[in-house]
Ligand binder design. Structure first.
Ligand SMILES: Cc1ncc(COP(=O)(O)O)c(C=O)c1O
Length: 345
């Protein structure tokens, strides 16, 4: 076991244990227990999910069958929601088998007659109707939610309620502008209103919605019953600019491999970072650009080849999916390592 940061091979994914702990506590105070259904897509790590369970949240959101199967096998399957549509009969059947083998409870999102039929044919017992509340992704129209629930019940499945993800409302252009904040709150309320109309037609106990960018706007009753936030645990620079009460717990450690007159290069390229939200940041200087294996930046201090720097990813979810292991650190000490074991589909 490595004991010091400088012993790690780079690029290395770091999780600051104390910042993670503080983030989990902050969220658990606002949305305790089952009022939060942490999304594991943001970390893909059963060891981290176990810490979230210890913080009181034993129901989880998953994005892929692989995440569902891994969580069930890890004994974290008390109440797993696959918040995604699946048509693949083998994967649906694998989840039914996992439910029996691991005494898990698995609920699958449906948004069409085809997804209801696929779930029913595989033996899925619980579904949630996924409703489009503004993000043009999965989810049925509000007007169709009741009939999709009827189809599922006719197939003998339990319809536990509705979910809707307002992913288009997760960030505000200027979070310091009170007018923008007020407008954002009205937009989130309007999206939730749509979900509640759908829920009145669908029935069931669950109204599942929200993410890190809207978690503070979801009152627990009588509207949304649970929040699906995931990024809050580790955070990224995209969310970090939003004045959320969560600290940056994840960095990628890089080694400076080349130094020139005006720039330096570290070995943290776009194959070690989710880049769809833009360039990463580093407190070692101003990032110019990333290429496959390199981060080119203008250093703000004297750096030599062999020095290490910490890089903050702009998007945590795809960053986690690129690494096999996360190193748990406290300062410069490496105190543990966690397998990123829920990768793949
Ligand atoms: C269905 C769904 N729910 C919730 C989330 C919450 O994510 P975050 O906490 O990253 O905002 C996501 C993220 O993409 C999602 O796809």
């Amino acid at each position: 076991m490595t004991h010091h940061l400088h012993d790690l091979a780079t690029p290395a994914l770091l999780i600051d244990a104390d910042v993670l702990h503080a983030n989990l506590q902050t969220m658990a105070l606002r949305h305790p227990g089952r009022h939060l259904r942490p999304h594991v897509k943001a970390h893909k790590c059963t060891a981290l999910a176990a810490v979230q369970a210890a913080a009181g949240h034993d129901a989880f959101t998953c994005a892929t069958p692989r995440e569902v199967l891994g969580m069930a096998a890890a004994g974290l399957g008390a109440d797993l929601l696959l918040a995604n549509e699946v048509l693949d009969a083998r994967r649906l059947r694998a989840m039914v088998e996992a439910e029996q083998r691991h005494q898990a409870m698995i609920t699958v999102a449906v948004d069409s007659a085809a997804t209801v039929a696929a779930a029913a044919a595989a033996g899925i017992r619980h579904v949630l109707v996924d409703v489009n509340i503004g993000l043009p992704r999965c989810g049925c129209a509000v007007d169709d939610a009741g009939s999709i629930a009827d189809l599922a019940r006719a197939e003998g499945m339990e319809v536990r309620g509705v979910m809707g993800y307002e992913g288009h409302l997760m960030v505000i252009a200027d979070p310091d502008d009170p007018d923008q904040r007020a407008a954002h709150e009205r937009q989130v309320d309007a999206a939730v209103e749509q979900l509640l109309i759908a829920h009145a037609r669908v029935g069931g106990d669950i109204v599942s919605s929200g993410g890190t960018g809207t978690h503070h706007l979801h009152r627990r009753t009588p509207g949304v019953t649970e929040v699906q936030a995931g990024s809050y645990a580790l955070m990224d620079s995209h969310y970090g600019a939003q004045r959320q009460p969560f600290g940056q717990a994840c960095h990628v450690l890089g080694t400076v491999v080349s130094v020139a007159a005006r720039h330096a290069v570290a070995d943290v390229g776009l194959k070690a970072l989710g880049m769809d939200h833009g360039n990463p940041t580093t407190d070692a200087g101003k990032v110019w650009f990333c290429s496959d294996e390199h981060l080119t930046f203008a250093p703000n201090r004297s750096l030599s080849v062999g020095d290490t720097i910490r890089v903050t990813p702009a998007h945590i979810d795809p960053t986690m999916a690129m690494h096999e292991v996360a190193w748990l650190v406290r300062g410069d000490d490496v105190i543990d390592h966690w397998s990123i074991d829920l990768r793949g589909w």
